[in-house]
Structure formats: structure tokens, C-alpha cells
Design a protein around this ligand. Sequence first.
Ligand SMILES: Nc1ncnc2c1ncn2[C@@H]1O[C@H](COP(=O)(O)OP(=O)(O)OP(=O)(O)O)[C@@H](O)[C@H]1O
Ligand SMILES: [Mg+2]
Length: 509
Amino acid sequence: MEKSEIHLLVIEDNPADIRIVRELLRHCVNPYFKITHADNLAGGILKLEKEVFDTVLLDINLPDSRSLEGLTEIVKLMPDIPVIILTGADDENLAIESLQCKAADYLVKGKINTDALKRCIKYAIERKHIEEVLAKQQEELQIILDSVPSWIFYKDKENRLLRVNKAFSKMMGMSKKALEGKSLFEIYTREQAEAYWKEDLEVIRSGKPKMDITETAIINNKTRFIQTDKIPYRDSQGNIIGVISFSVDITERKQAEEILKRDKETFERMVKERSQELMITRIELDKAKRLSDIGTLAATVAHELRNPLNTILMAVYNLKRKILDPSAERSLNNIENKIVESEQIINNLLFYSKIRMPNYENFNFYEILIECIKDSKKISKKKVLLKKELEPIKNIFIESDPFQIKEVFINLLNNAHDAVSEPDGLIEIKAYDNDNLLKVCIKDNGVGISKDNLGKVFEPFFSTKSKGTGLGLSVCFQIISLHSGTINIESETGRGTEVSVNLPKKKKQ
Ligand SMILES: Nc1ncnc2c1ncn2[C@@H]1O[C@H](COP(=O)(O)OP(=O)(O)OP(=O)(O)O)[C@@H](O)[C@H]1O
Ligand SMILES: [Mg+2]
């Protein structure tokens, strides 16, 4: 805004020159010039300290100051007041020099007219005002830059730092003054500076920013992760004049990310493990539930069936004694066998539903095996060839549950009988004495088991037979496992099956 009154201090020892100035400005009303006069430097400074002036007109030669001394002193004391130098025609070189010493302008005595003087004063004030605004803006910019914790600097196309912020100068351990004007080659190692410069050149040449450049740097002897954005620095016409660089130390963030990643992996692993455990528990629960259902069912079936079966068996026994008709006897034998078969089904069901620990006894294994062979033969109506090689175990006593062991071999032999066909059916039973183990192999030349089914035969209720419960092998597996033994099946469709049982002779503690 234009001032209506300008307060002018004229420091001039020549009364004639003062008079001229007063005369030239006397008729000015817009603005009106209020003139105060001092005839030496000391007097002028005294006035400057007491009153507010808009401009100083300073004679270059005063009684108490020569050359540019007066100017230097006033600029130092009152940097905000524009000082216009008054000089004689022969001092023009000195006047030009005065501009470098922050004089606002100069006027050559004898060549001044009203307009020139007015304009000179107005422009000097205006310029000073613009300078002040600019200086304020610069200061604000620097305050903003210094308030940002990121490292900020911008440099010219010659790789020289134009301005740096406080964080950058602190990180570099150098003052802003020391950094500004320096090339990156002067403050970094050649290798580092070249790497940075290469990126800067890319930005300068392409005119496109490069964002999120992540690199490591050694700061205070520690490796830090730095993330940098490089942006083209343009002048008001849009010409690229350098590069602006923003860098942030992201070490803590990286570390936090690492920890998060690790925690996430651990958490995922834990969830997976827990899910698996849950799944296993669910399967076990399902199994337990099924077992308890079967248990109830088995107990009912056993109770309901065993009594009538026993009555039928007794009746058969009595009839057999009384009837001498051979055809009737055959039928009675059939009934008897079916009753034994039914008993076996009930046994399996009962065993499967309440798997109990073996009741260990010392007994002759051979005798039990022979009993099983006889029983299974009785059950099966098929005429098959039975081959036994049991010599090696003839007198061997083992420590196990005779009732459970019988269950195993009856089931295995029944399966073999079911598998073979007449008239070529062959079942081979071989036994071996292997130090601490007894090995029994039951081999048949029956239908065999397909590859798909072989993996399922030990599962409860898996059966390919129309009247099978699918519990036989499952019971065998449980019993042999409880005795710390192993059971294996090898089979080929159409060729036959071989089941091998390894049983410890002594109870494992
Ligand atoms: N020796 C064998 N030859 C051919 N297949 C066999 C033999 N042993 C077992 N399998 C197959 O394994 C299945 C399961 O046998 P498992 O003894 O468990 O049940 P099952 O004999 O079908 O019925 P269950 O024994 O309860 O009366 C059989 O249905 C059959 O498919
Ligand atoms: Mg069976």
C-alpha cells in the first residue's frame, strides 16, 4: 500500500545540498515528504535511534565518515531502512560500489530532479519492503524444512546442495553453512556419491519423480534402512533446475514389519497346529461316540442274541442225540456252525466297542493256533487245502491274552476261507520262532485285495462282503497293537493274500 507521508532523514553537511533536496520535494503532496536533517553521521545515527524513518539520504562524504563507512554502519544498525547514497559526479564509481554494500540506490548531486528523487525514494522503500517479504518467506520456508524430521535437501544440476534442512545437517554432522554449496562428491565417498548422482540424473533427465528408493546406509556405525523420494526441482517456468530429495529412516518400521511378519508366521503356524489338533480331537471324539454307540448296540445285541443262541445250541445238542437220520444231522451241524459264526460276530462287536487291555497269561501258543484252525474249518463249509508248517513253534509258550489272540487268528483264518474258492482253495499257515518274536503267516490263493482297498482293510466297518461287519481286521489290528506286535497284509487281486503277524513272546513293560 502506498504511503501518504514519507519520513526522510537527510544526512548531509552541505547546507546548499540540503536546500536543494527540500526545494525538490517541497511541493509533493502525494506522498508528502517530511524531511529531518543531520549534518554528520553521529547526528544522523542519533536521530535514527530516536525516530522512525522510511528512508535515509546519505552523503558519501561527511565530516565524521569517509567513503562507505557511514553506509556500512547504518546498514548494520538499521538493516530495515533503505539508504540512498548522495554522491558527487566524480564519485560515481564509489557509488556503484555502495550498491554492493547494500545501498538501496544512489543519486548524483547536480543531476537530480523532483521526479527522479521521488521515484528513487519510492522504489527504495518498495524494494526494501519486497526484500523483507522475501526474507520472511525464506525464513518461514526454512522453519518448515527444519521442523520436518525427514532429511530434506535440494541441489542444482551440478550436484551442489542449494539448501538443506536441520535433520539432514544433523545426520551429516555438518552445519548447514558447511553443507550448502558443496557437491555431494565433497561430502560422501566417491562410490556413494556416484550412486546418488546416478539416480538424481535419472530424475533430472526424465523429469519424473523416483519414489520409495530403499537403501541401507551406515549412520553412527550402524546399518540403517533409508527410504528416499527424489522429485524434479523446477523454476517458476517449469524448467528443471535440480532435484529435491526427501529421506526417512525406516529402520524401526522395517524391524517392526519383520517382527510382525515373524509373529504372523508363528501365529499362522500355531493356528494350523491347533486346527490339526482340533481335527484329531474331533476324529477321536467321533470315534469315541461311534464306539459308545456301538458299545450300547453291541451290549444289546449280545444280550438279546446270546440267550436264544444258547437255547438253540442246547436244542441242537439234544436233537443230535435223539435223531439218527444223517440228513437231519447235517442240517443240525449247519445250525451249529451258524451259531458259532454268530457268536464270532457278537465277540467282534463286543471287543471293538470296549477295547480292553490284554489279560496276560503264559500259554502254549501252538495249541491255541491249532484250535483256531479247527474252529475256522468248522465254520467254513468250503473244501480247501490247508497246509501247516508249525514245527518251529510247537513247544513255545508266550505271554499274552489267549482269548484275544484266538480272536485274531480266527478272524484271519475266516477271511482266508472267505477269499478262496473250491476246489483249488489253498490256505498255508506258517509259523516262525524269531528270538523274541513269534511270526505267523497266513497265505491264501483267494480273490486278493485291490490296491485301493488295501489301505482301508484295517478301518472299522470296511467290508466288501455282503454279510461282513468289517470289524474283523480292525479288531485284529487293535489286539496286536495292544500286545506291541505288528500285522501286515500283502495282496494282489486274483492271486491271493498273505497276512503276517509278529507277536512278542513276552509282555512288553
Ligand atoms: N484274505 C483275504 N482275501 C481277500 N480279501 C480280504 C482278506 N482279508 C480281508 N479281506 C478284505 O478286507 C475286508 C475287511 O476284512 P474284515 O475281516 O475286517 O471284515 P469282513 O471280513 O468283511 O467282515 P467280518 O470279518 O467283520 O465278518 C474284507 O471285506 C475283504 O474285502
Ligand atoms: Mg473278516
